[in-house]
Structures are given as structure tokens and as C-alpha cells.
Design a protein around this ligand. Structure first.
Ligand code: SF4
Ligand code: SF4
Length: 104
């Protein structure tokens, strides 16, 4: 007999609505940064940190060094590995802060 995993009912349709339900305790300091801003501003053409992030944390509307809305971070780690220059400084937020999930 197979057992199906319990899948929570999601009432909100849009990504924005779903992200709005994520609880985040702000530690007051960003756990994300770029190591060398010059790589972003002068060498990077792909901006993979921006395109890979599911929560719209990284933004580079005019090129240059991306801004980082760390308080939206889901701690998935994707930006850390997507950057072709290994230029993302990534740590977990201070213990007791950061994102908390209701399911899983
Ligand atoms: S992918 Fe890396 S080098 Fe490019 S903008 Fe993002 S952090 Fe900077
Ligand atoms: S860890 Fe994930 S959610 Fe957080 S900024 Fe990086 S890609 Fe976005």
C-alpha cells in the first residue's frame, strides 16, 4: 500500500501572494552581500543572481551592483551557486531570525 505525502492546500494563486505569507524575522543586518562590487559593475553581463532568485531579492535595474532586499530571502542558496564569479557572500541569518516555513 502506497502512502501519499500530505500536500498543503494553497489558496493564493500568484507567487507574490504566496511569498507574502512567508514569515521572516529581520535580524537587522543583511546575511547577503557581494564580495567585490567591481565584478558586478565592470565584468558581469549575466546577472545570474537576479535571474535565479525566486523571491526577487536581487535587483539590478540599471546594471552595476545589484541591490539586495535581504528581508525577502527564502534561504534557498541558489544565488550563491549561480554567480559565475563566486562573488556572492552568503551566510545563514543569525540564529532565531530569518525565514520560517509552515510546511516542510
Ligand atoms: S551574478 Fe555575481 S558578479 Fe554578477 S551581478 Fe550577481 S553577484 Fe555580481
Ligand atoms: S538564497 Fe535564494 S531566495 Fe535568498 S537571495 Fe539567494 S536566491 Fe534569493
Amino acid at each position: 500500500m502506497s502512502v501519499s505525502p500530505r500536500v498543503p492546500t494553497v489558496e493564493n494563486d500568484s507567487i507574490e501572494d504566496r511569498l507574502y505569507t512567508v514569515k521572516y524575522d529581520d535580524p537587522g543586518d543583511s546575511h547577503l552581500d557581494v564580495k567585490v562590487p567591481g565584478f558586478c559593475a565592470e565584468r558581469c553581463e549575466s546577472y545570474d543572481c537576479v535571474s535565479v532568485c525566486p523571491a526577487d531579492v536581487w535587483r539590478a535595474e540599471d546594471g552595476g551592483v545589484p541591490t539586495i532586499a535581504y528581508e525577502n530571502c527564502l534561504e534557498c542558496g541558489s544565488c550563491r551557486f549561480a554567480c559565475p564569479y563566486n562573488n556572492v557572500s552568503w551566510e545563514y541569518p543569525e540564529t532565531g531570525s530569518g525565514v520560517s516555513f509552515s510546511h516542510g
